[in-house]
Design a protein. Structure first.
Length: 579
């Protein structure tokens, strides 16, 4: 594949603006057809089961944001359904507002509680997060068993103690079974649109980067703390709406229905239904309520569902990790010419020391790099990656200073450095597989492009690397060369000042490497950015870098014109193994 000048077609944000409404349109159209079919064909028993299933699909949609988008295992989602139901009943019985007010109150309170439940996720992942959230679900089970749900009685808890129990009034426009089912479908459609809209827009791209790796996300300008909190709050809000709709369906709620096991069950069925597609939430909701209803209708003990769901979960994990929903779809401007970098893109390192325990991977390093494209080489363990991490803010030195032009980098956080123009790639390419090519680039443009220039920044990066025609392709369908080009496009997005490339051409063929080198050499002129390259390929450094720095055991071994440095006997001994 060669890079050619291309006429810019609408891409990135302009593409998403064309495609986004079509994708979102699937939600109301599908839900409308489903609601009409069920309303026309279902009897009273099945109508109630379908109402509960649709309500719970909102809770699964929230869970899909946490697990499908962020890779976080939260096992307290059904407890948040209970929180939303409790608050909806409390507000409804205490103040008798319109049902929508009670419902929103349940959603908001569950959102706050969901955010509080998500605090462990700021530091925990995987098994530890799952255990903590499961304990929180168990704690809710104990509390709700002792308190019970409000049922019209006096006081804060509103308990009638067995006498004078009141049913929560349904919306004025949806008092009957059919009308309430349609009402729930309408609310669920709005909730699913909110969830899907988030996934397809800026938050979804940020979540995808966090799932790929928090370091990758921070290096792209994503505030991990804010976006994780956002996800937990939204997930809690959707679960709270589900709880309020369940309360309206039966008029009351029973604390025995909100055990910790139900959160486990909900998570398992979310995986079976599919957490990567919006209608997987509806499928999971139907499995959760329709299968037990069917067994009851057939006179079979409902506990059989535990075995059925267990087999379904095993099958999904073993053969269909994208769930049932995932089996029904497929696999899932010319660049502006600028002047060369000047003093504002000069790397200055002064007496830098990095220490890990008793080891100093960087030891009293001082250097100034002024070349538009500079190289950084050295034997394994020389401190190259450590220096890259110091420049990008992931390692804090114990002494010294680093600046880009006149801007001191060390006082800045990694996010501030990204927004100041620092970009970097990693040894292993970090393309997000379920985002398009344009989406991968837009994920960083979201945080670094100037207001009003988001679309142009993405288009410019796509055109520079020659991927305009592939803007709508998913990352998972790209070959290695195309993935490397996407990584380079991300680095040139949003007015970069310094681009750090860590073995950027690893694994490429000779022809691909040549094309990649030509692109990198164009960066200083077209983006007014300095490039620093780490690579073990001496010939690549020789062909690209006019200036090269050599490290050995964290100390500066040589610095100067590349040809001179590579001919230095000390460098040839330390790096090339010549004596």
């Amino acid at each position: 594949m060669t890079v050619q000048e291309q006429t810019i077609a609408p891409t990135a944000e302009s593409i998403s603006m064309v495609r986004l409404p079509k994708q979102l349109l699937h939600v109301p159209v599908t839900m409308l057809i489903f609601s009409i079919v069920v309303a026309c064909l279902a009897n009273s028993f099945w109508l109630s089961a379908a109402t509960s299933a649709v309500a719970l699909s909102l809770s699964v949609a929230g869970l899909a944001i946490l697990y499908g988008q962020l890779g976080l295992v939260s096992l307290c989602q059904f407890a948040l359904v209970g929180v939303g139901g409790w608050m909806t009943l409390r507000v409804g019985h205490a103040f008798h507002p319109p049902f929508e007010v009670s419902l929103l109150a349940g959603g908001v309170v569950a959102s706050v509680v969901g955010l509080a439940f998500g605090v462990p996720a700021l530091r925990l992942r995987g098994l530890y997060l799952a255990l903590v959230t499961l304990m929180l679900a168990g704690g809710f089970q104990i509390v709700i068993s002792a308190w019970g749900f409000p049922d019209g009685g006096p006081g804060f808890l509103g308990r009638a103690d067995g006498s004078g129990r009141a049913m929560l009034a349904r919306p004025a426009i949806a008092g009957g079974e059919v009308s309430y089912f349609l009402y729930v479908c309408a609310v669920a459609t709005i909730g699913l649109l909110i969830a899907q809209g988030h996934k397809l827009a800026r938050p979804g791209r940020a979540w995808a980067l966090i799932r790929k790796g928090e370091t990758v996300a921070v290096a792209s300008g994503v505030n991990v703390l804010i976006y994780k909190a956002w996800a937990f709050a939204l997930s809690g809000f959707l679960a709270g709406l589900a709880g309020g709709l369940l309360a309206g369906n039966v008029g009351q709620l029973d604390g025995r229905a909100f055990g910790a096991f139900e959160s486990l069950n909900l998570f398992a069925l979310a995986i079976v239904g599919g957490v990567f597609n919006w209608y997987g939430a509806v499928i999971a909701g139907l499995l959760l309520r329709a299968v037990p209803a069917l067994l009851t209708d057939l006179g079979i003990d409902g506990y059989v569902t535990i075995g059925i769901f267990g087999v379904a979960l095993f099958q999904a994990l073993a053969t269909a990790p994208s769930g049932i929903a995932g089996q029904n779809i497929g696999s899932h401007c010319p660049a502006e010419r600028r002047s060369l970098p000047g003093e504002d893109a000069m790397i200055k390192i002064d007496n830098l020391i990095v220490q890990f325990g008793g080891v100093r991977p960087i030891n009293e390093l001082s250097a100034v790099l002024t070349a538009p494209v500079a190289g950084l080489i050295g034997p394994n363990g020389a401190g190259k990656t450590t220096l890259l991490n110091v420049l990008s803010g992931f390692v804090k030195p114990i002494q010294g200073s680093v600046s880009l032009g006149e801007r001191a980098l060390l006082p800045m956080t990694p996010l501030q450095r990204v927004r100041a123009g620092l970009r970097r790639s990693f040894q292993t390419e970090q393309v997000v597989e379920d985002l398009t090519v344009a989406g991968n680039i837009a994920a960083i443009a979201d945080h670094v492009a100037r207001t009003g220039h988001h679309s142009h920044a993405v288009e410019q990066a796509l055109a520079f690397v020659g991927l305009t025609d592939l803007a709508d392709r998913l990352g998972q369908s790209l070959n290695l060369f195309q993935r490397r080009l996407v990584e380079l496009a991300k680095c040139v997005t949003g007015e970069p000042k310094l681009i750090l490339l860590d073995e950027p051409a690893a694994g490429l063929t000779e022809e691909e490497g040549k094309t990649f080198r030509e692109l990198v050499l164009r960066i200083p002129a077209e983006f007014r950015a300095q490039v620093l390259i780490i690579d073990h390929d001496v010939e690549l450094i020789r062909s690209m870098c006019s200036e090269t720095m050599v490290l050995d055991y964290g100390k500066l071994l040589a610095l100067g014109p590349t040809q001179t440095v590579l001919a230095d006997p000390n460098v040839r001994r330390a790096y090339l193994g010549e004596f």
